[in-house]
Design a protein around this ligand. Structure first.
Ligand code: 2PG
Ligand code: MG
Length: 433
């Protein structure tokens, strides 16, 4: 049983150029684990607080207070604990800050520390992180099915379109490698089509194309055209996945699509999205209504839960209790797992387990502000049977995570890709399953 000797937090910088927290956990035998906190832009109201310094320096985004949490109380509380006891380490962190959103320590301080402990435990056991996660928690490892962004929108592209993520999934692929190949073709076909139509305005926060579309639906039409230009039949090997991120353009059941200058209530939004499900090969949809719109989510799930994967992100904020409540309400049928929304590894695993017990899907996800940290590639593989959302097919903070999965594929064997399995409950799964 190897004990934690010391913990050090330092300031590093994320993909948006903002400061963030990196933590090194050093063990008594000199072995080390390291992790970096990511940062969201379209944040759920109930997720762990990203503690920032405020003021005018660094646009208020400094992380000195979060670093003080790591280097002060967290380092003292974890010193001497056995590194293999992730739950014990996370409990010690939670004991320092019982506030539900970790506003005292900062979720950025807790998540970087908790993940660094996990990395240190894996290194101490001389295992790759994915293997440690699988062994430690009793899962059967498998490479995840990716969701990959083609166009950005919402908070990730200056709100140029209202819908936040227009993504593809390749559930019909037979390996992770094949997903990458197909995505490359679709991604660049989309860029070519947009450029030729004068609709390409640059690169959005997660590496997807920054669109200059005149309507949200033009994005869907262009995505279908891109899938076809890539030589694919939409809905066969390749399907569409959306993150509506509806909390970003509505509250209290009132929504406003700025691009189309349209106001609508929850029922009208559900009607509009239902029309898209009929017209386009969409197999997965995230946050179709706002995080405060419980009735809307229940209604959306009642109407469409048999055909599409309905993921709660802002709606569930990687919280096991909210997952159990939503399952009881009949809202959603999948959860997005973002370790920094929960704030610790243990709470994220609890959320994953709550989702699986409800018979739900689970998608491990990056944030829009990311770094070279590849923990989530390992986590999604170690948990097995899942999906992975990382952003697009450009920019190193994204590609580093896809590339890490390719390395894991070599260690694990190509046959361990879950492919279309997570899509079983959708129309795609029913046709192809
Ligand atoms: C989301 C994420 C990732 P952010 O909403 O799913 O796309 O965005 O990290 O900005 O919350
Ligand atoms: Mg989301």
């Amino acid at each position: 049983m190897t004990a934690i000797q010391s913990i050090k937090g330092r300031r590093v910088w994320d993909s948006r150029g903002n400061p963030t927290v990196e933590v090194d956990v050093v063990l008594e035998n000199g072995v080390m684990g390291r992790a970096i906190a990511p940062a969201g832009a379209s944040r759920g109201q109930r997720e762990a607080i990203d503690l920032r310094d405020g003021g005018s320096a660094l646009r208020g985004k400094g992380v000195e207070r979060a670093l003080a949490s790591v280097n002060g109380p967290i380092a003292s509380a974890l010193a001497g604990l056995p590194v293999s006891d992730q739950v014990g380490a996370d409990r010690a962190i939670l004991g320092l800050d019982p506030s539900p959103m970790k506003e005292n320590l900062g979720g950025n301080a807790t998540v970087a520390t908790s993940l660094a402990v996990l990395h240190a435990a894996a290194a101490d056991a001389q295992k790759p992180l994915w293997r440690h996660v699988a062994d430690h928690y009793g899962f059967s490892p498998s490479l995840p099915l990716p969701e990959i962004q083609i166009f950005g929108g919402g908070a990730h592209a200056g709100r140029r379109v209202d819908i936040q993520d227009f993504m593809i999934m390749v559930p019909g692929a037979s390996s992770f490698d094949e997903v990458m190949e197909v995505t490359n073709e679709v991604y660049f076909a989309a860029g070519d089509i947009m450029a030729s139509r004068g609709k390409l305005a640059g690169i959005a926060d997660e590496g997807g194309w920054w669109p200059a579309f005149d309507s949200n639906e033009e994005a869907l039409e262009t995505l279908v055209a891109a899938i076809e230009k890539a030589g694919e039949k939409p809905g066969e090997r390749v399907v569409i996945s959306l993150d509506v991120a509806a909390s970003e353009f509505g509250e209290n059941g009132k929504y406003r699509l700025a691009l189309e200058d349209r106001e609508m209530d929850s029922a009208a939004l559900i009607e509009m999205l239902g029309g898209w499900l009929d017209a386009y090969p969409i197999a997965s949809i995230e946050d179709p209504v706002g995080e405060d719109d419980v009735e809307g989510m229940v209604e959306f799930t009642r109407r469409f839960g048999e055909r599409v994967q309905i993921i709660g992100d802002d709606y569930l904020v990687t919280n096991a209790k909210l997952v159990r409540e939503a399952a009881a309400d009949g809202a959603c049928n999948a959860v997005l797992v973002k370790v920094n929304q929960a704030g610790t590894v243990s709470e994220s695993i609890d959320t994953y387990n709550a989702a699986r017990s409800a018979g739900w899907g689970a998608v491990v996800s990056a944030r829009s502000g990311e770094t070279e940290d590849v923990s989530i590639s390992h986590l999604s593989t170690g948990l097995g049977g899942g999906q992975l959302k990382v952003g697009s097919f450009q920019r190193s903070e994204r590609m580093v995570k896809w590339n890490e999965c390719l390395r894991i594929q070599d260690e694990l064997g190509a046959g361990t890709f879950v492919g279309g399995a997570p899509m079983a409950a959708t129309w795609w799964g029913k046709q192809h399953g």
